[in-house]
Design a protein around this ligand. Structure first.
Ligand code: ZN
Ligand code: ZN
Length: 227
């Protein structure tokens, strides 16, 4: 993937606004998520009412907002951001999420939170990568929306073994006690930012901690939600 300043990351045509990173044509042609439950974010007939899964068991968070399913070209851009040392992609991806957040607010599905938090990496992984991609996405979002962002307010106390080989129950057990919240959150409206949400067990564990410490509402904002 070429990096040419002032050109779209995807089609490489010159950008009307160089700061956008991804042109309006490429943004408009990203795959649209199907009709989804606004609580769990999974496909559902109604976006206003909780889906059957949520009626049985609500997620730990209140609402989830994301750009698309984990599909190209966004999945390739996220891979590029994380694994090929391209932190300069983060504001362009954050802008895609901003557009979704503003649309969700316009539709009355969410309100803008007081505080934005980012899912932390274990310090050894952050050290190897040199940055935390979730914090890089959360920083411009907080600035554009006028929210507080505390990138180091959730600590990952220990690293977790690879999650993808585990069952949902094992993942949950695996994440118990792995995070610590280091700011007062009682009565505050929060959003947790992550790059990709798959089973949701990581953001669920953070949301559970925030709620236990008195957070009024907890939203999840991510670039992709695997459907
Ligand atoms: Zn383009
Ligand atoms: Zn649901």
């Amino acid at each position: 993937m070429l990096t040419i300043p002032g050109r779209c990351w995807l089609c490489e045509l010159p950008l009307a606004c160089p700061g956008w990173g991804i042109c309006s044509c490429c943004t408009a042609s990203l795959p649209k998520p199907p009709s989804c439950c606004s609580h769990c974010g999974l496909p559902a007939l109604s976006v206003k009412l909780p889906c059957g899964r949520c009626l049985q068991r609500m997620p730990e968070w209140d609402t989830i907002t994301y750009v698309t399913d984990y599909l190209p070209p966004l999945s390739s851009l996220i891979h590029h951001l994380k694994f090929t040392g391209s932190p300069s992609l983060a504001p362009s991806l954050a802008r895609l999420l901003l557009l979704r957040v503003l649309a969700a607010r316009r539709d009355g599905r969410i309100t803008i939170p007081d505080i934005i938090l980012s899912v932390p990496l274990h310090r050894s992984r952050a050290w190897r990568r040199g940055y935390n991609q979730s914090a890089l996405i959360a920083t411009p979002l907080a600035r554009w929306l006028g929210c507080n962002h505390f990138p180091f307010s959730i600590k990952r106390i220990r690293s977790s073994p690879a999650q993808h080989t585990l069952t949902a129950k094992e993942r949950k057990r695996n994440l118990k006690g792995i995070f610590r919240v280091e700011i007062p959150v009682a009565g505050r409206h929060m959003a947790i930012v992550d790059d990709v949400v798959t089973t949701g067990s990581t953001v669920a564990e953070i949301a559970r901690l925030l709620k236990r410490q008195g957070a009024a509402t907890v939203q999840v904002w991510c670039l992709c939600r695997t459907l």
